[in-house]
Design a protein around this ligand. Structure first.
Ligand SMILES: C[S@@+](CC[C@H](N)C(=O)[O-])C[C@H]1O[C@@H](n2cnc3c(N)ncnc32)[C@H](O)[C@@H]1O
Length: 610
């Protein structure tokens, strides 16, 4: 079967694979042509289909070539008029000849279609098509600088040399194909956004060397919220493949004194149950340069890891990003709109069911007459973020699938809560359903292990700055009316103009055990006889191992690494009559007016608000 027949079958045949066009193509094991080629042809033809329909109809191609179907006519016309190599068939092939015979007329109609759209060149028409296809709300592409291997400054001087830095992602999202613009993110350090139609970054040296990683902004929330520090001990990433968050953890630690892969003592345990996905994880970790301090557990089920094992005695933080419905992923259910030319005697609808009438200037949709039968929508197929498919033909099916996922997700959290030295946990999904998000968080907080071990939600005021300042928070209803939990939860929605995918993350922390199972399980800080963490006059805990303060205050009182210095020699914080730093109810020090906070990472990095 030719490339064109395969693309035609995918675009017009019944979907047996569900999901996006991409998943339909790449999960189809029967394809003879290279999947990437089929996908590119199908996608590009869809984008151009409104123009190609006009060209084919006005050239009367289907009237002259009765054996040609509407879908084949636009697939072939696409390659004739727009593909660099032309039609990918030998000149003697019947399909190719059926188009070649009309080349002059098709080319002339294509020029007229371009001029009708007031585009002086094919490139301007291409820009127009790209922006139409992207819809009213576009999604930028996010690039994280991998600080294990590079720095933001180094990337700005190399990969992005000559790119214009703009202050808002709106500008990035609406920039044309030709404008090289980037925006430095204001929430996540070392993250930048580029226009959706920017060059293919997977071809750059920086990408091949692992210096930059393509990762959605929201997917960067969990590692940043976990805020791993060398004094936390080891970290577990419970559900790791393909490894975006594992490598992000390594990146954050590599910037910290005594941290990862700079002779640091701590390590990351990366679990991945699926052996094949574990191979991808290992590859990503190696390319990102974080293999030195990461122990991969390929094919290992995190739920079977014994929290009491010696190997995990120092695990202070866990990042949990388990399988979910994937309902927040951008493009997950995208099947691009396809406009087909009218063939003699056809009823002329597009693939979204819109009836259309021929027009010299494009496509007019007609209203469905009252009482006209509408066909029952076919069952949709839910593709989880790790590829599992479920046929969902009713609201009940969806509920059942979400409940099954939620039960598994809860198990993962409760298991993480058992690790003796653990003090912080993040739980995330790329789902938009409260049933997998806030509701799971509430159930975890009400569990026996949470009460026994003192786990509570990480409050908004306690979160790292970028997450504290992110203003999309959890659903109050899903949090069962608990405002503190809802505020602690962080949400992201696709298509809300912030340029992210749909996402959810929440942090859990514990200050100590509740029912006295202390001793071995004390964590990194020194404690008094009653089990309370030993703090100095400013509330800074003392490290058990060294006897030194967990955060050193400079001579001038500034936590130099985290905050800017004041100008009066007393540091940047407001102090009371006894000289103690004044803190709010969350323990956050109060800054003197005029002192600007720097980013937690201690960078000079200055981002812009979205
Ligand atoms: C949402 S994906 C993780 C994405 C990953 N954190 C990232 O950012 O690249 C979930 C992964 O967890 C794995 N997984 C599911 N259950 C698991 C378990 N019990 N133990 C370990 N891995 C598991 C799945 O195979 C899948 O690869």
């Amino acid at each position: 079967m030719s490339l064109y027949h395969e693309a035609a079958a995918l675009l017009t045949g019944p979907s047996t694979h569900g999901g996006s066009l991409k998943s339909r193509v790449f999960s189809n094991k029967d394809l003879k042509s290279p999947p990437a080629q089929v996908y590119a042809l199908a996608l590009e033809t869809c984008k151009w289909s409104a123009v190609l329909k006009e060209v084919v109809e006005n050239a009367e191609l289907l009237k002259h070539e009765r054996k040609l179907t509407p879908i084949l006519s636009i697939l072939l016309s696409h390659d004739l008029l727009l593909a660099k190599g032309g039609i990918a068939l030998p000149a003697s092939h019947g399909l190719r000849q059926s188009i070649d015979r009309h080349k002059a007329r098709l080319t002339s109609e294509f020029t007229k279609a371009r001029i009708r759209r007031k585009c002086p060149t094919i490139d301007t028409l291409r820009d127009l098509i790209e922006s139409d296809h992207a819809g009213p709300i576009q999604h930028p592409r996010w690039i994280r600088v991998n600080t294990v291997k590079s720095t933001l400054d180094a990337q700005l001087e190399t990969t992005f040399q000559g790119w214009e830095i703009v202050p808002s992602i709106t500008e990035v999202m609406t920039a044309g194909r030709k404008r090289k613009v980037i925006c430095l993110d204001g929430h996540i350090p070392n993250l930048l956004a580029v226009p959706p139609s920017a060059m293919d970054f997977t071809k750059t040296e920086a990408y091949k060397k692992g210096e930059i990683i393509l990762q959605d902004k929201a997917s960067c929330f969990p590692a940043y919220l976990l805020d791993p520090r060398p004094e936390d001990g080891d970290i577990i990433d419970a559900c790791s493949a393909p490894g975006n968050k594992t490598t992000h953890l390594a990146g954050i630690l590599s910037e910290r004194e005594g941290g990862f892969a700079r002779g640091g003592q701590m390590m990351i345990h990366a679990f991945e149950k699926d052996r094949n996905r574990a191979k991808t994880l290992q590859k990503m970790i190696r390319i990102a340069g974080s293999d030195v301090g990461t122990v991969v557990h390929p094919g290992e089920d995190f739920l079977r890891a014994d929290p009491m094992a010696e190997e995990y005695a120092r695990v202070g933080g866990l990042l949990l990003d388990p399988s979910c419905s994937g309902s927040g992923i951008v493009g997950r259910d995208d099947v691009p709109e396809l406009w087909l030319p009218e063939s003699p005697g056809s009823n002329n609808r597009n693939n979204k069911g819109n009836a259309i009438a021929n027009s010299k200037n494009g496509n007019k949709k007609r209203k469905r007459p009252e009482g006209e039968e509408t066909s029952k929508p076919p069952p949709s197929i839910m593709v989880d973020d790790d590829g599992e498919t479920t046929v969902v033909s009713s609201e009940k099916d969806l509920q059942q699938r979400i409940e099954a996922l939620a039960a598994f997700q809860l198990q993962i959290i409760l298991h993480a809560f058992e690790f003796p030295a653990a003090k912080k946990v993040t739980y995330s999904t790329c789902s938009v359903h409260a049933g997998e998000n806030e509701e799971v968080a509430v159930r975890a907080l009400r569990s026996e292990v949470a009460r026994r071990r003192g786990w509570r939600v990480l409050k908004r005021g306690e979160q790292v700055r970028g997450m504290r300042e992110w203003d999309v928070r959890g659903e109050l209803e899903g949090s069962e009316g608990d405002g503190e939990v809802a505020e602690g939860c962080i949400r992201a929605f696709r298509d809300d103009g912030r340029g992210t995918m749909g996402f959810f993350v929440v942090g859990f922390v514990r200050d100590g055990d509740v029912d006295g199972e202390k001793g071995e399980d004390e964590g990194p800080y020194a404690r008094d006889e009653e089990g309370r963490i030993v703090r100095d006059g400013n509330g800074i805990p003392t490290l058990k191992a060294t006897g030194r303060k967990a955060v050193e205050i400079d001579e001038d009182g500034g936590e130099g690494q985290r905050f800017g210095s004041g100008s009066d020699g007393e540091g940047p914080f407001v102090r009371d009559a006894e000289g103690k730093i004044v803190r709010d109810e969350n323990g956050m020090p109060t800054l003197k007016s005029g002192v600007v906070e720097e980013d937690e990472s201690g960078d000079d990095w200055s981002g812009f608000d979205d």
